[in-house]
Design a protein around this ligand. Structure first.
Ligand SMILES: *Cc1c(COP(=O)(O)O)cnc(C)c1O
Length: 239
């Protein structure tokens, strides 16, 4: 193995162990939690090595980086998740390679995603990004719909051609009542997921937890964790 592949294998094993331990501690099966490796800012060659090491889910947050990477890795058995704030002018590109968009947070985006999914002949899995630092009706600083807006947006996605409502996603907030209280934030997301599943029983995905707080997310009941730096290394720049 190359040095880089060795490094990725070692990091991946550590993360795998953390997830397995967190599942055991929570009395959950390891199969109940899916690891998504966030490859943003890292090259397609890393994505390829990760696929060789058994990774099946990857995530990106900027279309400019993700589109060429996904094209370079089109031969690999990977599921691509888009997790960044998404401008409507990037939707056509994203709909071409993403299997899931986890950052759906406004009706205009739903309309655009639906149109481009239909145009591309693809079905896009959608997660509503929930802003736990927003007021009941605002949008979050870093995107996301406020809890009070979930139901309406969910109905919109569920009724949109080319889209499938799969669940909820959040990022632990840095401000507001949940700042520094990751587990409480993730438990709140679980409660919101329970509410959502009353009207949309198939929307079972709960995407929460990153390198620093995946244990709290697993404890709260997350079905998907999104891990970047713990696998690939600390990113040279914010992204
Ligand atoms: C970058 C990113 C992650 C991964 O963060 P790490 O701290 O590197 O694990 C997860 N989710 C989203 C939305 C991200 O942008």
């Amino acid at each position: 193995m190359t040095d880089r592949k060795d490094e990725l294998a070692t990091n991946l094993a550590k993360v795998e162990r953390r997830i397995a331990d967190a599942c055991a501690a929570a009395g959950r099966g390891r199969g109940d939690v899916t690891l998504i490796v966030v490859t943003k800012t890292y090259p397609a060659s890393d994505v390829r090595m990760l696929a060789e090491l058994g990774v099946r889910h990857v995530a990106e947050n900027r279309d400019q980086d993700a589109a060429p990477k996904a094209a370079a890795c089109a031969d690999l058995p990977l599921t691509w998740h888009f997790v960044g704030q998404l401008q409507t002018n990037k939707v056509r590109s994203v709909a071409g390679y993403a299997d899931f968009v986890q950052s759906v947070d406004r009706s205009k985006l739903v309309t655009a995603l639906s149109k481009e999914a239909v145009r591309a002949g693809r079905e896009l899995g959608c997660l509503l990004q929930v802003a736990l630092d927003a007021g009941e009706s605002e949008r979050g600083e870093r995107g996301g719909v406020a809890p009070g807006g979930i139901e309406e947006l969910a109905d919109l996605v569920a009724g949109a051609p080319g889209l499938r409502l799969d669940g909820l996603m959040t990022v632990a907030p840095l401000t507001g009542e949940y700042a520094g209280r990751e587990q409480a934030a993730f438990e709140r997301l679980m409660d919101l997921s329970t509410d959502l599943r009353r009207s949309h029983p198939a929307a079972t995905m709960v995407s929460a937890g990153m390198s620093a707080d995946l244990e709290q997310a697993v404890a709260a009941g997350a079905t998907h964790v999104r891990v970047g730096s713990a696998v690939l290394g600390v990113r040279p720049r914010l992204g």
